[in-house]
Ligand binder design. Structure first.
Ligand SMILES: NC(=O)c1ccc[n+]([C@@H]2O[C@H](COP(=O)([O-])OP(=O)(O)OC[C@H]3O[C@@H](n4cnc5c(N)ncnc54)[C@H](O)[C@@H]3O)[C@@H](O)[C@H]2O)c1
Length: 275
């Protein structure tokens, strides 16, 4: 029960890694706020958590919408009284070779993977930095585990064919993570990143399955071509994709009080890819 009496907000928590993280946090005692662009999957994660005796509610909406991060975090704090952990996980791919990539393809991917986490963290100042600052001023020890986990990728750390936009965004979030660690460290607020390798979710299933996401009027195919899926596990010592629950484990590790002296770090959860 590493997160007993803690409040966790997970963006993009309706599917894949975010859904697995929301459920795992709840199993470890947290009250969980699940955001997703799509209300239905978010509600079904909530139903699962509640039927297992956990405490959770959904705040559907897009983290890229101006003002939504404030709405989401205020709703979480209003319902549960405080916020301990924020997981910036929401995301999608809009792949293409660099020489044919449009400005919009570039901007939308940076928007979801770096601009939205920036806005979420700025909105979180009120809930994480401010109460800690008050405690500091009063000469009191920090009373809560307060931290942010940003989701990065091996594409950010190493680059990836067809993902100039995504690789740039996922490296950007590492710089953001280190900066928040430096700015908010004195208030006891930790900020870490988790860079995933090949995790089996909608994002990495065969593109041929026909999954898609609607972004700003575009129907964008999700997944990677079947041939590339095979290559994705080559050079990965564990020789297989990770599960969403294994990925969630990395997020909980960094958020946990057991990592209380870890900040500004990027944990690679990759089955050893890239070592
Ligand atoms: N699957 C992998 O191999 C892998 C590898 C590296 C990094 N990641 C990262 O992990 C995170 C989770 O991805 P996943 O693999 O679980 O994918 P997924 O498609 O299964 O889940 C992503 C979720 O984010 C939601 N989402 C998308 N745009 C949103 C928005 N604007 N506002 C709110 N929610 C939004 C989607 O609706 C979806 O439910 C992403 O940031 C992704 O880039 C995944």
């Amino acid at each position: 029960m590493l997160f007993q009496n803690q409040v966790v907000v997970v963006t993009g928590g309706g599917r894949g890694i975010g859904a697995a993280a929301a459920k795992l946090f709840a199993r470890h005692g947290a009250s969980v706020v699940v955001n997703d662009l799509d209300a239905e999957p978010a509600e079904s994660v909530i139903a699962e958590i509640q039927s297992a005796g956990g405490s959770a509610f959904a705040v559907p909406g897009s983290v890229t919408e101006e003002g939504f991060p404030e709405t989401l975090l205020d709703a979480a704090a209003e319902r549960f009284g405080k916020i301990n952990v924020i997981v910036n996980n929401a995301g999608f791919l809009w792949d293409g070779m660099l020489h044919t990539m449009t400005d919009e393809q570039w901007l939308r991917v940076l928007e979801i993977h770096t601009f939205a986490p920036f806005r979420m963290i700025r909105a979180a100042a009120k809930h994480l930095r401010e109460p800690a600052k008050e405690e500091l001023k009063a000469g009191k020890p920090f009373s809560e585990n307060r931290c942010i986990v940003n989701v990065s990728s091996t594409s950010g750390l190493h680059g990836n064919v067809g993902q100039a936009n995504y690789a740039t965004a996922k490296m950007g979030v590492v710089g953001l993570t280190k900066t928040v660690a430096k700015e908010w460290g004195r208030f006891g607020v930790r900020c870490n990143a988790v860079a995933f390798g090949f995790i089996d979710t909608r994002m990495t299933r065969a593109k041929e399955d026909g999954e898609s996401i609607e972004v700003a009027g575009h129907e964008i195919a999700q997944g990677i071509p079947e041939a590339a899926r095979g290559r994705a596990v080559t050079g990965n010592p564990l020789g297989r994709p990770g599960t969403d629950e294994e990925a969630a484990g990395g997020i909980l590790m960094m958020a946990s009080p057991l990592a209380g002296y870890v900040t500004g770090h990027t944990l690679e959860v990759t089955g050893g890819a890239g070592i």
